[in-house]
Design a protein around this ligand. Structure first.
Ligand code: HEM
Length: 529
């Protein structure tokens, strides 16, 4: 049963089948043999050498030796929780996705929050973006919404992702620093990337130091597509708004908390759920009819832009509630494998070039992180639908598929599954006419890098502006290269001249208008005054 309702929770039942408890049990080896002495190894005499024969010692140590798996290449530090997604208002006019059409429908979810840059053991209080990844265990298959707590991203094209991450991660020679932003390589990269400036304004704002994971917004970031029963298409932006409101800590508070308890966010989420204080979010969408794709002064496919809520309001359709802590951090939070490519009928991708690259990256990285093509069989990753296909074998295969053949087409009646028609729930990609010259180039419609950065800065209250300014001064003061500080200030000048001058003064550099020989600025772009 769901803890807040009387609905059976198919995912919880499925996980239960794989759960065990050691309470009041006798210790055994992995072969089920009861162990009589767990204190001493087998030796030739009390002081004698240990014997190779000691299969119990060997098994125990061998397993221990292999306990670690690689941490995620990004978003390594995370906290997870189970919950339910309840639909309060139907989206059937826009999408045929079952879990978004039946009012009252409850869908089990697993959510993982994360920081991006730090390693698995880093502090929760880093000034950083937070991941907000949701796995919906729907009756049509797993649907993953792998988002962040900020509505835009640093880069416009997947080609730049490894560079961004190499710049933000600790420097390669000395593995310093863990902090997301306080170093030469990050700011060097950013100062050369005007497209990052909108996201950098968010990153330097209070949004980057949440008070609690329960008090953060979640965003899908990219534009996705909804497709309804009649094939009608809407662009959609996903939003999760915390019922507790959005709250942050100030930087000086963050540093103190971090020193006293670097697990502050992890502990807060865990304790809230243990105490029955279940965090909740309103689920909302911004819907844009397909025909309106080009009516904005930015490109909907550009992930460095948001759709202003004044232009397209967020409509609320459901509630996300987290109501159960994992039983085992490694088995669930660490082994969960999210992927923006896990979609279901009624939802589709857009041609956002960042999203398109992500569609390749996640399974690829999980193959090495989790070590086997069968990681979809790990309980936390299993669909609540049974899985039927002709894939077979591979390391750690769990499922025992009966039958004599595993190919299609097949006339032997050997037990092979059949493809599903669309009317039976078979997934069909949205038919979209595409044409173009094969070219390695950025669309001209992606070129305005500063307007929304300005809008964001101007939307901040006076204390928030002060925090943002202080953050820039603090972070840039850690940068040893004066030319990097100066270049970054030159970028700020396109956003707000007063901000640029104040930061420049504190850093001891001049505000110089940047000339971007290789980066096309909007034709009418001028230095802000
Ligand atoms: C995790 C790649 C952009 C959100 C990851 C991981 C990779 C990756 C390799 C580790 C996955 C794992 O080990 O399970 C990329 C690439 C991107 C990109 C190549 C751009 C081309 C984004 C964007 C967002 C995002 C734009 C937000 C909208 C996340 C989140 C996680 C993650 C939340 C952590 C998921 C979890 O909790 O397990 N990404 N990413 N990423 N990414 Fe991205």
């Amino acid at each position: 049963m769901n803890m807040k309702t009387n609905e059976p929770n198919k995912k919880a039942e499925q996980l239960d089948l794989h759960s065990t408890s050691n309470e009041n049990e006798k210790l055994t080896t992995n072969q089920g043999l009861k162990i009589n002495n767990n204190q001493d190894s087998l030796k030739a005499g009390g002081r004698g050498p240990s014997l190779l024969e000691d299969f119990i010692l060997r098994e125990k140590i061998t397993h221990f030796d292999h306990e670690r798996i690689p941490e995620r290449v990004v978003h390594a530090r995370g906290s997870g929780a189970h919950g339910i997604f309840k639909l309060n208002k139907s989206l059937a006019d826009y999408t045929k996705a079952g879990f978004l059409t039946k009012v009252g429908k409850e869908t089990p979810v697993f959510v993982r929050f994360s920081t991006v840059a730090g390693s698995k053991g880093s502090t929760d209080l880093a000034r950083d973006v937070r991941g907000f990844a949701i796995k919906f265990y729907t009756e049509e298959g797993n649907y993953d919404l792998v988002g962040n707590n900020m509505p835009v991203f640093f880069i416009q094209d997947a080609m730049k992702f490894p560079d961004l991450i190499h710049a933000v991660k600790p420097e390669p020679d000395n593995e310093i620093p863990q902090a997301a932003s306080a170093h030469d390589t990050f700011w060097d990269f950013i100062s050369l990337m005007p497209e990052s400036m909108h996201m950098v304004m968010w990153l330097m704002s209070d949004r980057a130091i949440p008070r609690s994971l329960r008090m953060m917004e979640g965003f899908g970031v990219h534009s996705y597509k909804f497709i309804n029963d009649e094939g009608k298409v809407h662009f959609v932006k996903f939003h999760f708004k915390p019922k507790l409101g959005v709250h942050s800590v100030a930087w000086n508070e963050a540093q103190v908390i971090s020193g006293v308890d670097s697990d502050f966010h992890k502990r807060d989420l865990w304790e809230a759920i243990e105490n029955g204080d279940y965090p909740e979010w309103d689920f909302g969408v911004q819907l844009i009819p397909e025909d309106d794709e080009h009516k904005f002064d930015f490109d909907l496919l550009d992930p460095t832009k948001l759709v202003p809520e004044e232009e397209v309001p967020v409509e609320i359709f459901g509630t996300l509630t987290l109501n159960r802590n994992p039983d085992n951090f490694f088995a669930e939070t660490e082994q969960v494998a999210f992927h923006p490519g896990h979609i279901i009928p009624g939802i589709d991708f857009t041609n956002d070039p960042l999203l398109q690259g992500r569609l390749f990256s996640y399974t690829d990285t999980q193959l090495s992180r989790l070590g086997s093509p069968n990681f979809h069989e790990i309980p936390i990753n299993r669909s609540i639908n049974t899985v039927h296909n002709n894939q077979r074998d591979g390391h750690m295969r769990q499922q025992i598929v009966k039958g004599k053949s595993s190919y299609d087409p097949n006339s032997t009646g050997g037990g092979c599954p059949f493809q599903a028609m669309m009317s039976e729930g078979g997934f069909v990609s949205q038919e979209e006419r595409v044409s173009g010259t094969k070219i390695r180039e950025r669309s001209k419609s992606f070129v305005d890098h500063y307007s929304q950065a300005k809008l964001f800065y101007n939307s901040q209250s006076t204390p928030e502006k002060q925090h943002l300014e202080n953050a820039l001064i603090f972070e840039l003061s850690k940068v040893s290269l004066p030319e990097v500080r100066e270049r970054l200030v030159g970028q700020l000048a396109y956003i707000d001249m007063i901000l640029a001058s104040r930061v420049a003064e504190k850093l001891g550099v001049e505000v110089k208008k940047l000339d971007w020989p290789n980066q096309s600025l909007p034709a009418d772009s001028t230095i802000a005054d």
